[in-house]
Design a protein around this ligand. Structure first.
Ligand code: PEP
Ligand code: MG
Length: 392
């Protein structure tokens, strides 16, 4: 039984005050803190400022004390108390902190076995962000240039190789006097354009036997008519953006393509998926915002073959879980993801295993990112019969 509930401020990696909830039960105390995005989709659950959350919290605390640690039930209570479609009243950040703390309580701190033990637990392959731009900071308009160590035999090998590749890229940028610093996710920021970045990551990916990816975060470029490239001054129509994305994917063999079009550009996604889905993973992030309704639309329109899962885009674990189940049932790859503003909490690592996700976006460096890696590394030792996900 839940005997107490506490709300605590916690600073995230952007230095903002985020929400942490600690839940006391007969069997112990379980807490969860929640991250915050920068390039957010307009269909995300509403995040409330900590001071507002502090005012709302006592009402929820009263309702939850005395309940069993049943996460599904608690999630339903959060939704019915809120009464809006996007957690405008109680905040998606407060809802998610309670939701995850409750699930942690039920699984005695081992979220990965919330649904019981499977015969073989699959570990997601980490996707590492090596060079950045866009709203996260850096020389390119595209937000993230990514590496995937798809041949790694365990999480430690995967993460070590990402770290080596990240250093190798930093050294190369330094040698050419292009390095500026690190951005919100500790990807390198450099005086470099898309073309040179693609050349660099392609050669590093070859050296390290990795696949490459891009998160275009194209909603940030879209003004309602065109895709605006601020650095080069280019203004691309939808058709021209489509051509650029397709040419880039084919020329540089970019396997993973996230948000190449703006958040309502379903038709462009569908056209790209029709042409590239045989050899590429086309992933919707802002397109879906982890919403069941938007995923249903994506399935109907064959918009992508992958979906980013960010529980704070929707506000509870059970809503996220339903999205993951639907994705799996339709052959869409769920990619569990961190946010640019992360806390030291590591629950996405557990969710990657619980949900059988083939991929997880965790960044590479910085203690808030390494916390997730360290959890995967530890669970590899703890879990019976672990195996790494395999990519098609
Ligand atoms: C992303 O766009 O995939 C991302 C992690 O960034 P943010 O958290 O800023 O949305
Ligand atoms: Mg994204």
């Amino acid at each position: 039984m839940i005997t107490d509930l506490r709300l605590l401020p916690v600073l995230n990696s952007k230095g903002e005050t985020s929400v942490k909830v600690s839940l006391v039960t007969d069997s112990g105390s379980y807490s969860a803190s929640v991250p915050s995005g920068t390039s957010k989709g307009s269909n995300e659950a509403k995040e409330l400022a900590f001071e507002k959350v502090r005012r709302i919290f006592p009402k929820l605390r009263q309702k939850i004390i005395g309940l069993e640690e049943n996460p599904e039930k608690i999630d339903r209570l959060l939704i019915s108390t809120d009464r809006t479609s996007n957690f405008r009243s109680i905040g998606g950040n407060l809802a998610l902190a309670i939701s995850i703390a409750a699930a942690r309580a039920q699984s005695h701190g081992n979220l990965w076995k919330l649904d019981g033990l499977k015969e073989n637990e699959t570990f997601p392959l980490p996707i590492g962000n090596v060079i950045g731009g866009g709203a996260h900071g850096g020389g390119t308009d595209w937000q993230e240039f990514l590496l995937i160590p798809y041949m790694a035999k365990n999480p430690l090998e995967a993460i070590e190789s990402l770290i080596h590749a990240w250093y190798a890229i930093g050294d190369e940028l330094k040698k050419k006097s292009l390095l500026v610093g690190r951005n919100l996710e500790n990807a390198w920021m450099a005086n470099i354009d898309e073309e040179d970045t693609l050349e660099l990551i392609s050669s590093i990916a070859q050296d390290w036997h990795m696949r490459t990816g891009i998160d275009f975060a194209a909603s940030g470029l879209w003004d309602g008519k065109c895709y605006n490239y601020r650095k080069s001054g280019m203004k691309l129509t939808t058709d021209k953006q489509f051509d650029l994305v397709k040419e880039t994917a084919e020329k540089y063999k970019i396997w993973y393509l996230e948000d190449p079009f703006h958040e309502n550009g379903f038709a462009s996604f569908t056209a790209l998926t029709r042409e590239l889905s045989k050899n590429h993973l086309i992933v919707g992030d802002d397109l879906y915002c982890t919403s069941l309704r938007r995923l249903e639309k994506g399935i109907q329109e064959k918009a992508t073959n992958g979906i980013i899962i960010k529980p704070n885009q929707v506000g509870t674990l059970s809503q996220s879980q339903r999205v993951v189940s639907l994705a799996h049932s339709k052959g869409f790859a769920p990619v569990v993801s961190h946010r640019s503003g992360e806390t030291g909490d590591d629950w996405i690592a557990d969710l990657g295993i619980l949900w059988n996700a083939p991929l997880i976006k965790t960044g590479i460096m910085g203690m808030e990112r390494l916390a997730k890696h360290n959890r995967l590394i530890q669970l590899w030792e703890d879990v019976p019969n672990p195996r790494m996900a395999e990519l098609p």
